[in-house]
Design a binder for this molecule. Structure first.
Ligand SMILES: Cc1cc2nc3c(=O)[nH]c(=O)nc-3n(C[C@H](O)[C@H](O)[C@H](O)COP(=O)(O)OP(=O)(O)OC[C@H]3O[C@@H](n4cnc5c(N)ncnc54)[C@H](O)[C@@H]3O)c2cc1C
Length: 358
């Protein structure tokens, strides 16, 4: 636990996940005095992620053998009928804790002050941040606040910008029968509005399922079913469970705006997660950098137009990706009970019909 030494900063970043650390890094590199806080004792832990990302992530994020656990060559999609489709798509399996740690460390090296075990509790009447470190309350001042505090963002609640639609996910770490080169995904009527995954990392794999949070009471049954299916296909060795995790993912698409005055939201806090796949690491890093750069420009200029640019910039890069994904998710849910096989072929990212329509 490290309580910050100072009392005022140019930019306060709440949350040291991929979005927050990327924002803190970019803001510090842009010359701003940055406070980066996370309520966790150790950045990145416990991991609540399936740790899979497109290989393109490595072009803009830390890399190295301690972070990239395995590369994958493609995605094997298991349809409800049992039919299998293989797609080339280079991917990486991350050690998510090491990945998050290395981003936070880069932000510190650029000059950001990192305070762990420190949570944002709210705001004082005169606009100061109310923080608590190891149970001890204190306040801090920053003209710009970047809310990178995950799906149910405290910062977002403060400015009335909150995610409303979620997927709920549960995952186990299992032993593989033999190492796999491809990531596997599974569609099944039980995985309502979502899918199952088997993402390999050497001798083990992350095996999980995410479904529409409205059906959360079916989640354990869905995971049981997926474990049986993966074992039945000879992919997974018995039913040894090495670890468990889970969490919620915003899948309703980006919030209408990710800015309220001098408050910017980024990553899962802003709904920067793919409504169909649930993936959010790449967008968190990319949008985090964009937010951090905007905050540094504003610090230098005092002109709110510099913060407004953040909204235009992240939308230029990710707007179409999320817009198409939101439509496909809506269609997938609407047609789920009609002909799931056909719905998946229209709405799952690997199939040509996914991109063919706007
Ligand atoms: C089970 C599961 C599997 C997933 N699998 C994948 C995957 O394989 N690939 C992929 O791309 N995406 C995946 N995702 C989504 C991905 O994890 C998120 O999109 C990504 O972590 C978003 O990054 P972030 O920095 O916005 O938020 P987070 O990583 O959630 O970080 C938010 C941080 O804010 C901190 N925080 C929260 N509130 C406060 C507060 N009040 N004060 C201080 N700190 C606070 C938290 O401790 C946390 O460290 C998965 C999600 C889940 C739940």
């Amino acid at each position: 636990m490290t309580r910050p030494a100072g009392e005022s900063w140019d930019v306060a970043v709440i949350g040291a996940g991929p979005a927050g650390s990327s924002a803190a890094l970019a803001a510090a590199n842009g010359g701003a005095r940055v406070l980066l806080v996370d309520r966790r004792e150790r950045v990145g832990e416990p991991v609540q992620c399936a740790e899979f990302a497109p290989a393109a992530l490595l072009l803009e994020a830390p890399t190295g053998p301690s972070i990239v656990v395995q590369r994958t060559t493609g995605i094997v999609t298991h349809l409800p009928s049992g039919a299998v489709e293989r797609t080339d798509a280079p991917g990486v399996m991350l050690d998510r804790a090491a990945f998050d740690r290395s981003l936070a460390q880069a932000a510190e090296e650029a000059g950001a002050e990192l305070a762990t075990a420190t949570s944002l509790e709210g705001w004082t009447g005169d606009g100061r941040l109310r923080l608590a470190s190891g149970g001890e309350p204190f306040t801090a001042w920053a003209p710009v606040v970047i809310g990178a505090d995950g799906p149910r963002s405290t910062v977002g609640q403060h400015v009335g910008l909150t995610n409303r639609i979620f997927a709920a996910a549960k995952q186990v770490e299992v032993l593989l029968e033999e190492p796999l080169e491809e990531a596997h995904v599974f569609f099944d009527p039980l995985f309502l509005g979502g899918y199952g995954w088997l993402f390999p990392k050497g001798e083990t794999a992350n095996l999980g399922v995410g479904i529409d949070a409205a059906w959360i009471e079916d989640l354990d049954r869905a995971l049981e079913h997926l474990m049986e299916r993966a074992a039945g296909l000879g992919l997974v060795m018995g039913r040894n469970v090495l670890g468990r995790t889970g969490g919620v993912i915003p899948v309703g698409g980006p919030l209408g705006t990710a800015r309220a005055g001098t408050v910017l939201l980024v990553g899962a806090a802003a709904g920067h997660t793919h409504p169909v796949t649930g993936a959010g690491i790449h967008a968190a890093v990319s949008c985090g950098k964009t937010a951090g750069r905007a905050a540094a420009r504003y610090t230098a200029s005092g002109d709110e137009a510099d913060l407004a640019q953040y909204e235009n910039e992240w939308r230029a890069r990710w707007g179409d990706v999320f817009r198409i994904a939101s439509r496909r998710r809506t269609e997938l849910l609407r047609t789920w009970n009609d002909d799931l096989e056909a719905a998946v072929r229209r709405c799952w990212v690997v199939f040509p019909a996914y991109d063919a329509r706007r």
